[in-house]
Design a protein around this ligand. Structure first.
Ligand SMILES: NC(=O)c1ccc[n+]([C@@H]2O[C@H](COP(=O)([O-])OP(=O)(O)OC[C@H]3O[C@@H](n4cnc5c(N)ncnc54)[C@H](O)[C@@H]3O)[C@@H](O)[C@H]2O)c1
Length: 315
């Protein structure tokens, strides 16, 4: 089944989404185009702001491609360069992960939203207190963290900085649900939020298993895709342990926790790959070897088709 037929934009979205005001997405990269596509497919009036004129057409095309994966857009997305006429109910920035750049973009965003408009960041790693510095209305600033491909992965993490109002978090979580996303709201800003901490804890052990010669990198991927990931797509790790039995879980934890990797350095395998010039699929060479362009397209198509099937199953 193709991703397009697997998932209708309306399948998991509430009619409330169309009553939300205009949204501004700042940036034209991988995440911004996915966020814009998801909003547009949920009938939200969406404007995307990019820096350079040459970026307008490719950004529009990429959003169109992503909207197509969701079954088509209810509203076209407007892509503008340099400036966007406000006011917006929400402005979300998804520009490069750079504190100085993001601060400038957030200040600009604040000027473009309504008096009660929310300014959100899609930062992966910058502290919200640092990003909020200089904002006039920090109570309306929050993190809205999406996952790649943003139009397809259900989870978003909603987190406040030290001065964020609870109502701002509630409004972002409510919008997330209205556009068919599954939000979790964190009690406080925490490096890596929740999902990236979980992911990196697993990656640390994955690197250790390969570096210690226990298995190949491909076997780690298989163990996750065919085992943990398959189960976790249905029920999470705590529910899995409740299902397994806490007596069993306790006995295994006593044996295994002391034996798990506790290294704090970046793994040698990753350092070596980087020294050899590998950047992953985007550059054609990664941790698992070489990726011809065709293979990259096939892998992305398989991932997106599976994500769309899961979305349909969850709706
Ligand atoms: N890629 C992911 O998996 C992922 C997941 C969650 C969050 N994020 C976060 O999303 C943000 C964007 O990541 P991405 O993967 O889309 O990056 P990307 O490199 O694909 O896109 C970044 C975009 O920002 C634009 N940009 C850079 N500086 C700018 C500025 N000063 N003003 C306006 N535009 C500017 C670039 O032109 C580019 O279009 C980052 O904060 C990243 O940490 C990424």
């Amino acid at each position: 089944m193709s991703p397009m037929s697997a998932m209708s934009p309306l399948s998991a979205m509430s009619p409330l989404s169309s009553s939300f005001g205009r949204v501004l997405v700042i940036g034209g990269g991988a995440m911004a185009t996915g966020i814009a596509a998801r909003l547009a497919a949920a009938d939200i009036e969406t404007v995307v702001l990019v820096r350079r004129r040459e970026a307008v057409a490719p950004t529009r095309d990429e959003i169109g491609r992503r909207v197509g994966q969701l079954g088509g857009s209810v509203r076209p997305v407007t892509v503008l360069v340099g400036d966007a006429p406000g006011p917006f109910a929400l402005a979300v920035e998804s520009v490069a992960e750079d504190l100085v750049a993001k601060r400038a973009v957030l200040a600009r965003a604040e000027a473009l939203v309504a008096d009660d408009g929310i300014v959100a960041t899609n930062t992966s790693s910058l502290r919200l207190a640092d990003l909020a510095e200089g904002l006039k209305r920090p109570e309306l600033f929050a993190s809205w963290h999406w996952f790649n491909p943003a139009e397809l992965v259900p989870l978003v993490e909603v987190t406040g900085g030290p001065l964020t109002a609870p109502d701002t978090l509630a409004r972002l979580a409510s919008l997330s649900r209205a556009i068919g996303k599954e939000p979790i709201t964190l009690r406080r800003d925490h490096p890596g939020f929740v999902a990236n901490r979980l992911q990196y804890a697993l990656l640390r052990e994955a690197y250790a298993l390969v570096e210690e010669g226990v298995c190949e990198a491909e076997d780690v991927d298989r163990a996750v895709v065919a085992g943990l990931g398959a189960r976790w797509a249905a029920i999470g790790p705590f529910a899995s342990m409740d299902a397994a039995g806490l007596d069993v879980h306790e006995a295994v934890a006593e044996q295994l926790f002391p034996q798990l990797s506790r290294v704090t350095e970046v793994p040698a395998l990753l350092r070596e790959a980087r020294r050899a010039g590998a950047t992953g699929m985007k550059g054609g060479r990664g941790l698992l070897g070489d990726y011809p362009a065709d293979a990259v397209r096939q892998i992305a198509a398989r991932r997106d088709a599976m994500l769309a099937l899961l979305a349909e199953a969850r709706a």
